[in-house]
Design a protein around this ligand. Structure first.
Ligand code: SF4
Length: 392
């Protein structure tokens, strides 16, 4: 299978100090923040207090420049300005669907682009964030799988997706008022572009920042990391992040899963299920979500539903049935609604929650990776057009 070896972090991860300039304070852990402040001249004795103040400005108040940090003396702010920046990814385009779904195409260092999707619901709002530019894993139903992997996102770029969404949703507190209700951004899912377990350290640091009570303050139970099945890394999700786990399962035989999720050739269904059975923290209140994309005549039969139940027997689980979001050139079709409901009924009758995900944002190309591809195509067309324009 193509590119299946674990990724070299040296090649794929850009350093904290970018080649082009000062250190970005966003994305550093609390320890990391203290360290760089000391390096830039903050006395060690003061460093904890200063780090706390700056942390709260960034993650509790949404500060994007040092001038607003009025509880820091002016010369200290000037020193911060000379040494550091507060950079989040730049929003290139934002599309808002008729159903309220917002899709952002954001640009990061190096000119690369990734997607972020905000899905509002009646009682909450979920942000789907990306962890890599492109992906190595070539899942055949996934549009992102058609894009080559460029690099891992830094922790700043990962947590920056949350910050920019809060900006757009106007979710920072108003001075003098304690809370901003309702909380429009209440959940985070790492289900965007990339395999988060192949960028574990940056994902972990970014999620620790998101959970910090003096900042974004997201409960660990409101964060879900979705993996295609990187078996050796799965337990670390519970041990080092503590968030919920979802698995892109999608098939009930190795023959079919090898095609849909090719990482299955390395860690097959039996190995994956065994790892999930021993997943730390597994309980009825912290169930594993099995994601199952419904593909017409591929994985959607009654026999599939029954095999699925048998495979996961004994694992506290919820099955999310996802009607396939068709994209141009996709080799699959969405299962009929009747078929999806029949599948759901079988799973439900066996005692598992089996919600059918409502397709969202279909009018704004919500299949993961589509917006980035459209943007790249437009860029190429514009370059081609320029190159054939006769010189004046
Ligand atoms: S489904 Fe996830 S792991 Fe598979 S190709 Fe798409 S982004 Fe990568």
């Amino acid at each position: 299978m193509q590119n299946m070896a674990p990724l070299s972090q040296d090649v794929l991860t850009i350093p904290r100090k970018s080649l082009n300039g000062p250190t970005n304070l966003i994305g550093l852990t609390r320890t990391g923040l203290r360290k760089v402040l000391i390096e830039a001249g903050t006395p060690e004795k003061q460093s904890r207090m200063r780090a706390n103040q700056i942390w709260q400005w960034i993650y509790a108040k949404g500060a994007r420049n040092f001038d607003v940090m009025t509880n820091l003396a002016k010369p200290y702010r000037a020193n911060l300005k000379n040494n550091f920046v507060l950079d989040v990814p730049h929003v290139v385009t934002k599309q808002v669907s008729e159903d309220g779904t917002r899709k952002y195409l954001v640009r990061i260092e190096g000119g690369h682009e990734v997607e972020v999707v905000y899905i509002p619901e009646e009682d909450r709002g979920t942000l789907c964030i990306s962890s890599q530019v492109g992906c190595t894993l070539t899942c055949s139903f996934c549009h992102t799988g058609t894009q080559r992997l460029v690099r891992n996102l830094t922790s700043a770029e990962i947590v920056g997706q949350i910050l920019l969404a809060r900006d757009d949703l106007d979710q920072w507190p108003i001075p003098g008022i304690n809370t901003r209700e309702p909380r429009l951004l209440s959940n985070i899912v790492l289900m965007g572009m990339g395999e988060p377990l192949y960028n574990f350290d940056n994902v972990r640091d970014a999620m620790k920042i998101a959970m910090d009570p003096e900042g974004i303050c997201m409960s660990r139970r409101r964060i879900t990391l979705s993996t295609s099945g990187v078996v050796p890394e799965i337990a670390k999700t519970a041990e080092e992040i503590g968030c919920l786990l979802a698995v892109s399962f999608h098939a009930t035989t190795d023959e079919v899963r090898d095609k849909l999720v090719p990482i299955n050739k390395k860690w097959n269904i039996a190995t994956l299920i065994e790892t999930l059975r021993t997943y730390p923290k597994l309980s009825n209140s912290e169930r594993i979500t099995f994601e199952y994309v419904m593909l017409k005549d591929v994985n959607d039969s009654d026999a599939d539903a029954r095999r699925l139940i048998k495979l996961i027997q004994g694992i506290p689980a919820k099955i999310n049935l996802i009607p396939f979001n068709e994209w141009p050139g996709a080799p699959y079709q969405r299962s009929d609604w009747q078929r999806i409901r029949a599948f759901s009924d079988i799973v439900f009758a066996a005692g598992y929650a089996s919600p059918i995900r409502t397709p969202r944002g279909e009018d704004i190309m919500a299949a993961c990776g589509q917006l980035k591809s459209a943007s790249e195509k437009a860029k190429k067309n514009s370059i081609r057009a320029k190159s054939v324009t006769p010189a004046q």
